[in-house]
Design a protein. Structure first.
Length: 224
């Protein structure tokens, strides 16, 4: 796909949406259905990696595929309505649109469920690509010509850097600002409420933020 003048990729869980209440409810429903103990409160502190990684904590290897499919089937009933938009999420996507750009969601979540979240919350993405984690996200980011990728996890940073996109990290998920910087994030924001103003600065001087490598100490902050 030809690169758009401004295409911004966004992660989903804990970047655009706070899915912890919904995911906790989905894990509790899964535990009830299977009769297997799952510490749902702990599970939602580890959001980011593929579902199967969490399922392996509670089920034997030979059941991981089966149980993951069951979880995904239960998910629409239990996880969608309890999920909230992260502060600034709609405004961040709107800012991309106002700048004449496209917003593309690239997530490890099962794509149909990701789309349900966005529809329910009224967050309009130009494209949604699911079931990609960490470096594998680079495939979709390159396909859509993303110049930036916004995420909350060190895996998102690796995906952005692999794609040659600018890594913009928000410290709203399981990884704190120091971890995100250490992973190679080139911009670290407290949350998405800071994104529209940062995007204005980026649009005015994109050369200040080289995608091929870090500049100076490797990061800038929301005030830069």
């Amino acid at each position: 796909m030809a690169a758009h003048p401004l295409t911004v990729g966004f992660d989903l869980d804990m970047t655009l949406i706070d899915s912890r209440p919904g995911i906790k409810a989905a894990y509790e429903a899964l535990a009830e259905r299977t009769g297997t103990y799952i510490d749902a409160a702990a599970a939602v502190t580890r959001l980011g990696p593929p579902l199967e990684q969490e399922i392996r904590r509670w089920f034997p290897a030979e059941r991981v595929a089966e149980i993951s499919d069951l979880y995904r089937a239960l998910y629409p009933t239990h996880a969608i309505t309890g999920t909230l938009a992260m502060p600034g999420a709609r405004e961040a996507v709107d800012a991309v649109r106002a700048a004449g750009g496209r917003a593309v969601v690239v997530t490890a979540k099962y794509e149909p469920n990701a789309k349900l979240h966005l529809t329910h919350l009224g967050i309009a993405a130009d494209a949604v690509v699911g079931s990609l984690w960490a470096e594998a996200k680079a495939t979709a980011l390159r396909e859509h010509g993303a110049r930036l990728y916004v995420g909350d996890h060190t895996g998102d940073v690796r995906g952005a850097r692999t794609a040659g996109a600018l890594s913009v990290a928000v410290a709203t998920g399981p990884c704190d600002a120091d971890e995100l910087r250490a992973a190679g994030a080139q911009v670290v924001l407290d949350d998405l409420t800071a994104f529209p103003a940062w995007l204005d600065r980026y649009a005015a001087d994109p050369g200040r933020y080289p995608t091929g490598g870090a500049d100076g100490d490797g990061t800038v902050t929301a005030s830069d």
